[in-house]
Design a binder for this molecule. Structure first.
Ligand code: ATP
Ligand code: MG
Length: 418
């Protein structure tokens, strides 16, 4: 074992004992999104590096230090996608999807070279949702209501909604000056990261996770007090819809999101159950991004859910979905029975399309096969030996009660179904 090749740090195997939970969660998420008219889009995991630099922003954690970037054999500069929004916009632009409104979702792995810890990995998975061509705030509300329904259908509790408005680009630029003056006046209190961001990305200072920065940030001038009229009105409408729908939220004036492309509505669903990695779902409006990437103006909003964190939260709150076990384990003793068991299994699958049936395979004694049947968690064990073949019957053991019966082959499907 000492020198087997191991996986890359922060990139996890998702093993068969947990994939059923992933599948169930993914199915619930897809059902809800489909129910709101969102359609799946699939785009590459690798894109030109330039796409992420130009969209996410040069002075962001992701672009500064988290991207998996490499030169391919042609010398092209490529990057493993650190998030989905940039690739989704690129695909929509390139394929003419922006000529009409779009409601889209995607799911898959993302890659960031972060320090691995609980809830923070180097390969992780997101389900992302994007809508193009809607200027809001109705679609902003739809997205938030939809996330609330995701939690409801998953049986997820323990998450709270935070919202904020980043205003128009002009309002944000004006506010930025106010903010820089404020931080300049307290320069000695800034930590190293914040010093570095003071002129390149001062809004990000507000998002600092350093406890030593909290007091300074809390006393900082608030972007919400510097909003343009339109953003202010739209934010009010959004809040009204959430109020009417009975969705509780907290207005967090320091919620700025880590990526450059956001403006107006931003939101996060956070939990206190996962330590400091508490953001399960995050998103917002990014009307400027399409034009910034060379397309014509198109309004856009989206969010992404971190699936590792979502599943960890379901586990922490004892809300993992119920997983259906195996229905039938088919034990076959002897060569003839082994062959016949495969034929019988096919007949059962023809009659009961959703049946979960394991045919033993690999021979062995009755005792050993039965042990496997027991471990499989199957509801019934079917037992086929030479004697049963001669009589065209099969032993059926109900595992919960230990009760055993002999059933004719042609009555077996009916027996299992009722
Ligand atoms: P954080 O503030 O936790 O670093 P972020 O702002 O970088 O999050 P986004 O880029 O908005 O996160 O990604 C959306 C969601 O994806 C996050 O809320 C989180 O649930 C998940 N996520 C982000 N980075 C990671 C990671 N390295 N490992 C696992 N999940 C992640
Ligand atoms: Mg991050």
């Amino acid at each position: 074992m000492a020198d087997i090749i191991r996986s890359i740090r922060g990139m996890n195997d998702i093993l068969p004992d947990v994939t059923p939970y992933w599948q169930a969660v993914e199915a619930t998420l897809k059902d809800v999104l489909t129910g709101y008219g969102y359609q799946e889009i699939r785009f590459p995991i690798v894109e030109k590096t330039e796409l992420f630099c130009r969209s996410i922003g040069e002075v962001t954690d992701i672009v500064e230090k988290e991207m998996y970037t490499f030169a391919d054999r042609n010398g092209d500069n490529l990057t493993l996608r650190p998030e989905g929004t940039a690739g989704c916009v690129r695909a929509a632009m390139q394929n003419g999807l922006l000529n009409q409104t779009q409601r889209l979702w995607y799911m898959g792995p993302m890659f960031r070279h972060e320090r691995p810890q609980k809830g923070r990995y180097r390969q992780f998975h997101q389900i992302g949702v994007e809508a193009y061509g809607f200027s809001g705030p109705d679609i902003d509300a739809e997205m938030i209501l939809m996330t609330a329904r995701l939690w409801k259908n998953l049986g997820l509790t323990g998450v709270t909604l935070q919202i904020n408005s980043l205003g128009s680009t002009q309002a944000r630029l004006a506010y930025r000056e106010t903010l820089v003056s404020y931080f300049e006046a307290h320069k000695d209190a800034l930590d190293e990261d914040s010093q570095r961001r003071l002129y390149s990305n001062p809004l990000r200072i507000l998002d600092s996770k350093n406890p030593a920065m909290q007091a300074l940030n809390e006393a900082a001038p608030k972007l919400l007090d510097h909003l343009d009229e339109q953003s202010k009105n739209e934010f009010t409408v959004l809040c009204q819809i959430l109020d009417t729908a009975g969705i509780s939220y907290e207005i967090n004036p320091r919620l700025v999101r880590g990526l450059d492309y956001y403006g107006k509505t931003v939101f996060e669903w956070v939990t206190s159950h996962l330590g400091s990695q508490g953001t399960v779902c995050a998103g917002g409006r990014y009307d400027g991004l399409v034009a910034q990437l060379g397309g014509r103006e198109a309004t856009a909003i989206g969010f992404a859910i971190g699936l590792e964190r979502l599943i960890a939260l379901l586990e922490a709150t004892d809300s993992l979905p119920q997983i259906d076990g195996i229905d039938v384990y088919l034990v076959a003793v002897g060569e003839l029975a082994a062959k016949q068991s495969l034929i019988l299994a096919e007949q059962l699958r023809d009659h009961i399309p959703n049946i979960k049936l394991i045919t033993h395979c690999g021979g062995g004694s009755f005792k050993n096969q039965f042990k496997r049947a027991d471990r499989s968690g199957a509801r019934w064990t079917l037992i086929l030996g030479e004697d049963e073949i001669t009589k065209q019957v099969i032993g059926v053991k109900t595992m919960a009660t230990g009760e055993q019966e002999t059933i004719a082959w042609d009555a077996l499907a009916d027996y299992l179904q009722q």
